[in-house]
Design a protein around this ligand. Sequence first.
Ligand SMILES: [Zn+2]
Length: 410
Amino acid sequence: MKFNAYNIFFKYTGFDYINSTRFYIIHRFNEDSEGPNESSLSDFTIFLAQNPEYMKSDALNYHIPRSTIGFAGAGYKSQLRTVVNSFSFNDPNGRVVNHELGHVFNLDHTFLGWENENFCEHVTRDPEDPNFNADDKGDKVVDTAAMPDFLNERCRELDMPVNEVCPVELRYFYLNEGDCTYFNPNGFDCSDPPAPYQISTEDVRNLMAYTLGSCGFDLTTGQGVRMREYINDQPSLYAPITNTISSLYEPYKGDYYLAGPLPDDFKPALFQPGFSYMFKDCCCGYPQPSDFEDTSFTVGPHVVKFVDKTETVYESITHPNHAAFKILQLPTIVPEYRKCYDNWNKAPIGGTVIKFNDNVFNNNITLTQKDSTGINNPNLIQNLPSGLYKIEKNYEDGAIQESVIFKENN
Ligand SMILES: [Zn+2]
């Protein structure tokens, strides 16, 4: 997550549905002929204003229509929300998701104003140069170069209409996809006399450029500073959606095992993907994880589990017993291990799944023995074929807990 480098972190809070087909397809502009499942961005904005239940005021909202026409995403800094189509939202590279987030945090396109003599940024980076305007024009970020809109530059050179979509073969005309470089012998800024663009691969790779989807993911230090300043300067806007660092140490759903038999519908605590978690053995005596502020436990040398930030098997991002953890994206903010979970209450040590093959209680049964992992598998019941079962759970002290379930068709 590019924003983490600037101490901006996100806590997942869940999702919901808009119960309407009007926004399956969202157009950038109002169209004369919109189908029943289509709408425009401005109509969607009006809808949200009239239906505030679809805007979580304590969170940054992503609204995800099935598809969009004329844009992939849109970010609104004053409302802390974005629209991103489902295709872009599911893109593992996350370029659109992050680009719109950049707008939410007050970043402009790196080429902003490039065609307008009153707003265009000059190439010079020398503050002593009378042509220097990088701190005040374009995206107002000095460490991003003066640059054109790579997507549309060729179409503008050919004087094609601004309100028409640039044909595919002319888009990103001067970019080299192989190494994300820019070369246009006729590319000049708007200073007098015009200066040739000095565009590095970092500029082509910038998240806020209009650039190739395979190139544009990075942010500069200057953009990081601009985001942090905006957050600090807008306390009333950000206070409702600001959370504590300790919230990153809380599961986004599920529960910790406390004591006694595991409920059949038990779901283990799951942690947010996108962070790297290092779990080491800890001691002693926290049947539920210790409070975030409590660092009085001891941490041993053993790596109990490691979860990389790229992990996509979300059910695997759990907190093992007898372990505390560190989030590796917070090396200076929270350098210590936290949340020692050291629970010696016993879960079942094994058990038996008894299937009544005729779906009535008779002697035509199939027995399946389960070890502790099998009997404690939270998906034990979910994974059973349909039918009538008795499940026996055996405890270390000899106790047996029986439950009967009828599993419906999946
Ligand atoms: Zn944008």
